[in-house]
Structure formats: C-alpha cells, structure tokens
Design a protein around this ligand. Structure first.
Ligand SMILES: NC(=O)c1ccc[n+]([C@@H]2O[C@H](COP(=O)([O-])OP(=O)(O)OC[C@H]3O[C@@H](n4cnc5c(N)ncnc54)[C@H](OP(=O)(O)O)[C@@H]3O)[C@@H](O)[C@H]2O)c1
Length: 238
C-alpha cells in the first residue's frame, strides 16, 4: 500500500510508520523535523520522509503535495495532533491563543492533509482520522476542561462526517479511530497534569497502538465509511 501519514517522527505515528515499513508498504512520512528514530526506519522499507511539514500552516498543502509527487495513495492517516490545553480547568483560564493553535493543528491540519492527498486518491482509498476517546467529547466527559483539544477534535469529527458524504460516491472510505490510551509524550503530559487516573505505564505500548490503527486501516471498506471505531470496538455510525 501507499500510505500518507502525518506526525511520523514520534509517538504513535512513528510506531505506525515502523510497522508499515516492516511489512513492505510505501510510507510518505510527513513530519516537522526528521530525527534518528525515523531515519533508523528508512533502511527497513520504502519510507519517503516529507520534512518541514507543519500542518498548522497553509504551506503544508504544497509541501505534502510535492512530497507525494503524484504517487497514487491507498490510504491517508491523519495522526499528527497537539494537546496543549490539558491543564485547563475551566472556561475562566481557557487560553484562546492555545485553543486557536489546537484548532489550526488538529482540525485544519487534518483538512490540509486531505486537501493535499485528494488528487492522489481514487476508488478504494481510505482516510483515517485518529481521535480521542468518545468519553472525552460531549456531555459524557468525566470532567470539564481540556476545552481546546476536545473542541478541535470535535471539529475534526465534523470534517470527517462531511468528507464521508462527499467522498462516498467516489468510492473513498472515511473512518474516525480511537486507539485507546497509548504510552506517548502526549499521555505523559496529561498524566503529569493530573488529568487521567491511569498511569502511562498501564497504557498500551506504541507498538500495540500502531497495530490497532493498522488493523483498522486494513479492515476499512466502503461499507464502513462514516463510522467511528472506539478502542477497537465495532464500527458505529457517527
Ligand atoms: N496517546 C494517547 O493516549 C492518545 C489517545 C487518544 C488519541 N490519541 C491521538 O493519537 C495521535 C498521536 O498522538 P501521540 O499520542 O502519538 O502524541 P505525541 O507523542 O504528542 O505525538 C504527536 C505527533 O503530532 C505531531 N505534531 C504536532 N503538532 C504538529 C504540527 N503542527 N505539524 C505537524 N506535526 C505535528 C508531532 O510532531 P513533532 O515531533 O514535530 O512534535 C508528533 O509526531 C493524536 O491524534 C492524538 O490525539 C492519542
């Protein structure tokens, strides 16, 4: 498969990149800055690093397009995201500049990624959006706060739903996937801010999380388009 992946240099994205490369897929690995961990994967497979891609910036579209260089894509994984508001207790201390950055990254960053990929997608292609747990969004959230991150993921969900409607006639499947808690830098920051009772050491490893995402990507068909799969449960209409 030819896969475009954002946030490929660290965390869950690096794990996904490594596993796809190991099984022989071609990965267009977008990142802001390459590093030794990503470079170590290059020799194991067909990984093309697209460096200097800040998905919060509009020039990401041109940079991603140039990096794909007209190659047909079988899948796009919108993985890159930022959670900078995990320490927000309530609306009183909500920092709107931080919220705007989260929106630019998590919501519009996904839009930019898809805009860049769309000319390279055709019938049978798949688009996955990595998201937070359903319990973190909406009225069932265990506690208020973390406004910016949660709102930006909510906006990404709306984008995914509208995209589903637009792309289904073209035979392109869209799915939102919650991987579960994964032992990454993001989860550590949430833990250290006292925002989760579950220590990262009890979370899934990056390898396990990456396996889950790849399993979802492999299983996704047009029949499942428009679904949200939480923690590898059954795809549910959303
Ligand atoms: N970890 C969890 O428990 C968990 C649970 C549910 C959902 N998720 C989701 O899983 C995905 C991966 O998160 P993670 O846990 O791997 O977090 P992470 O370790 O913090 O990694 C975040 C990734 O996003 C990239 N990124 C952030 N802002 C970017 C920008 N403006 N432009 C380009 N890349 C940017 C980072 O790149 P740099 O290296 O350049 O910073 C990094 O590769 C996210 O969508 C997150 O919301 C995670």
């Amino acid at each position: 498969m030819n896969v475009l992946l954002t946030g490929a240099a660290r965390g869950l994205g690096l794990g996904i990149c490594a596993q796809l490369a190991a099984r022989g897929d071609t990965v267009f690995a977008a990142c802001r800055k390459r590093n030794a961990e990503l470079d170590a994967i290059l020799s194991t497979g067909k990984v093309h690093v697209i460096e200097g891609v800040d998905i919060a910036m509009d020039d990401a579209i041109a940079k991603l397009k140039a990096g794909i260089a007209g190659s047909p894509l079988d899948a796009v994984i919108c993985n890159a995201a930022v959670n900078a508001s995990f320490d927000t207790d309530g609306i009183a201390d909500l920092d709107l500049d931080i919220s705007l950055h989260e929106y630019q990254t998590n919501a519009l960053g996904a839009v930019r990624t898809v805009k860049a990929a769309l000319p390279s997608l055709s019938t049978g292609a798949k688009i996955l959006f990595i998201t937070t747990g359903p319990q973190a969004l909406g009225k069932k959230a265990p506690a208020p706060g973390v406004y910016g991150y949660r709102m930006s993921k909510g906006a990404m969900h709306t984008f995914a739903n509208l995209l589903t409607l637009e792309l289904e006639p073209r035979g392109i499947a869209v799915q939102i996937v919650t991987p579960g808690s994964i032992d990454t830098k993001m989860l550590w920051a949430v833990w250290e801010a006292g925002r989760t009772p579950n220590p990262p050491k009890d979370a899934l490893s990056i390898d396990e999380g990456a396996q889950r995402i790849i399993a979802r990507m492999d299983a996704l068909t047009l029949e499942q388009t428009g679904t949200w799969v939480s923690n590898l449960g059954v795809p549910e209409p959303y």
